[in-house]
Design a protein around this ligand. Structure first.
Ligand code: GLP
Length: 240
């Protein structure tokens, strides 16, 4: 696992977008794993800018998002479906039929999870997975636990995740469960980029890079991944 430290989130965004440019030049029909949260937003802006300038095309890519809340209408402003369409998909030349997000309202969530795994496999696996990180070291919604979960699954959100994310919900009422790619799904990506900015992420990044590999800090598993880079600002890298 490599890490690179930058002064600003904008620099991280440019460097991150360079990885996309390099991949899509080699493989215009790459399979991209996307993430939500504040961390990837500057990168999404940069990808949009490059798409509009003609430097980058998403015409032939297929995408899979990491996770989605359960029991939140798809149209809710806080759904990850809305987030991705507002912050990226509606602004680039991607084909809607190539966009995949988990349906957190599926009648049978286990079947939804299995179908998602199958769709990723049929697409040929994920070439580049983008990640943020929770303050507790979660990736996607793989919360600290006694064991790693391999495949896409339904998870109860950790208290610290509810504390971090409830600010986005009116009256602080937010879903208690989510459906997320498992650690195995994420780990199978051929390349992984994790973005972390700000001092709130310093502890999680310290544990991820230098701590034991343990499901108590799910991101620590990335130490084993052959092609992962962490793009960090100085605040997030403070404990390295
Ligand atoms: C959420 C998402 C994660 C994300 C994390 C950090 O819980 N499920 O995929 O990485 O939040 O978000 P932020 O980048 O806003 O700090």
């Amino acid at each position: 696992m490599d890490f690179r430290i930058f002064d600003t989130a904008e620099e991280i965004a440019r460097v991150c977008a360079d990885y996309y440019s390099a991949l899509l030049q080699k493989k215009p029909d790459a399979v991209l794993g996307f993430a939500t949260g504040a961390s990837p937003i500057p990168t999404y802006r940069e990808l949009i800018r490059r798409n509009h300038s003609g430097a980058l095309s998403f015409r032939n890519v297929t995408t899979f998002n990491l996770d989605e809340y359960c029991e939140l209408p798809r149209e809710d402003k806080n759904s990850y479906y809305t987030f991705m369409h507002e912050n990226l998909f509606s602004q680039i030349d991607i084909r809607e039929e190539n966009v995949h997000l988990l349906n957190g309202n599926a009648a049978d969530l286990n079947a939804e999870a299995a179908a998602y795994e199958q769709a990723i496999g049929t697409a040929g696996g994920i070439d580049l997975q983008l990640l943020g990180i929770g303050t507790n070291g979660h990736i996607g919604f793989n919360e600290p636990a006694d064991h790693f979960t391999n495949k896409t699954f339904v998870v109860e959100l950790a208290k610290s995740t509810v504390t971090s994310n409830k600010i986005y919900f009116e009256n602080g009422a937010m879903p208690t469960h989510a459906i997320t790619m498992g650690i195995g799904t994420i780990f199978a990506a051929r390349q992984i980029i994790l973005i972390a900015t700000g001092s709130k992420k310093a502890k999680a990044i310290g544990m991820t890079v230098n701590g034991d590999i343990t499901p108590r800090c799910p991101a620590s598993v990335l130490q084993f991944h052959p092609n992962t880079v962490l793009l960090l600002d100085k605040e997030a890298a403070a404990e390295l």
